[in-house]
Write a protein that binds this ligand. Structure first.
Ligand code: NAP
Length: 301
């Protein structure tokens, strides 16, 4: 089924499977990636490789970005050969990276001066959700523009919620990260307590996961943690970028977030120890160093 043309900038762990899902949903995808080989790979699968974000914007009524951090979105949107130089009147830039709400609003204002629109649409669900097309997508921006872009979002995700004006998608994603960080910390402390008290860690998780203490983190990351599996779904260094965004935004509001700040510091200790590329469940290692006890099933880790 033909669905029209969508531009895609940033074919990383998340962006590549999201672009592939758009093609599966019937969209023609025009893609740019800084490392050109990834766009060429997509071209061998039916996409079109472009030479710059500007070229993508000239060719597409909707342009998605999925890059790393605020300065990276600024570079591809506002920099030389960027989206702003090529964007069509009434076209939409959808930024799906996790970045600062304030930077998002500034980019939206620049696009608006050119008669174009912006939606901030960060995601939750990890690389698995990106591959399966089951991402949760939290969208900020004009409601009518959101409605116009819904078929594009449906090509990549399932729980798609318009949460407010420009920047509110990013605010909601940061709320998500406060919840994820605090819950991961509770899982790490709980399993360390269980191990110290001589509990069977697998049975402990089995017993509590379905009750009031259940969580995605306990159910999915708890079993990996106790087996000593610290391979990343979501890397410590990316979570640190997100917690930095949370704490900067909180600071600007004079809002104390003591538990989130503590988790940020514990992850900083892991980064200092060279563990920034491990998964966020490695948080338990920071607690283990303080406690001198390990939360592992016997013989593992
Ligand atoms: P990634 O694998 O590191 O990919 C980053 C992509 O951005 C690459 O295509 C990279 O190009 C491009 N890029 C970075 N800086 C750039 C710049 N200055 N100019 C042009 N291109 C640039 O990261 P990812 O895991 O896909 O994450 C992307 C975004 O999604 C991040 O904001 C992240 O926080 C968010 N997110 C990630 C997850 C997850 O589980 N991974 C979950 C939810 C949200 P090159 O190929 O040239 O390096």
């Amino acid at each position: 089924m033909a669905q029209g043309t969508v531009g895609f900038i940033g074919l990383g762990i998340m962006g590549m499977p999201m672009a592939r899902n758009l093609m599966k949903a019937g969209f023609r995808v025009v893609a740019y990636n800084r490392t050109a080989s990834k766009a060429q790979q997509l071209a061998t699968e039916g996409g079109v490789a472009a030479g710059s974000p500007r070229e993508v914007a000239q060719a597409c009524p909707v342009v998605i970005t999925m890059v790393t951090d605020s300065p990276d979105v600024e570079a591809v949107a506002l920099g030389p050969q960027g989206i702003l130089e090529g964007i069509q009147r009434d076209a939409v830039h959808i930024d799906m990276s996790t970045i600062s709400p304030a930077v998002t609003r500034a980019i939206a204002a620049r696009l608006s001066e050119r008669g174009a629109h912006m939606l901030d649409a960060p995601v939750s669900g990890g690389s698995w959700g990106a591959q399966q097309g089951t991402l949760s997508i939290m969208v900020g921006g004009d409601e009518a523009i959101f409605q116009r872009c819904l078929p594009v979002f449906r090509g990549m995700g399932q729980n798609i919620v318009h949460v407010g004006g420009n920047g509110m998608g990013q605010v909601t994603k940061l709320v998500n990260q406060v919840l994820v960080a605090g819950t991961m910390n509770a899982v790490a402390e709980a399993l360390l307590f269980a191990a110290s008290a001589g509990a069977d860690l697998e049975k402990t998780i089995e017993a509590v996961k379905g009750g009031a203490a259940g969580s995605w983190q306990l159910q999915n990351l708890g079993p990996r943690l106790i087996k000593g599996d610290f391979a990343p779904g979501f890397m410590v260094k990316l979570q640190q970028k997100d917690l930095r965004l949370v704490l900067e935004a909180a600071d600007a509001m004079h809002l104390p977030l003591p538990a989130t700040a503590l988790v940020h510091q514990l992850y900083a200790a892991l980064e200092a120890a060279g563990l920034g590329d491990e998964g966020t469940q490695a948080l338990v290692k920071a607690h283990e160093r303080l406690a001198g006890v390990q939360a592992r099933v016997r013989g593992r880790g």
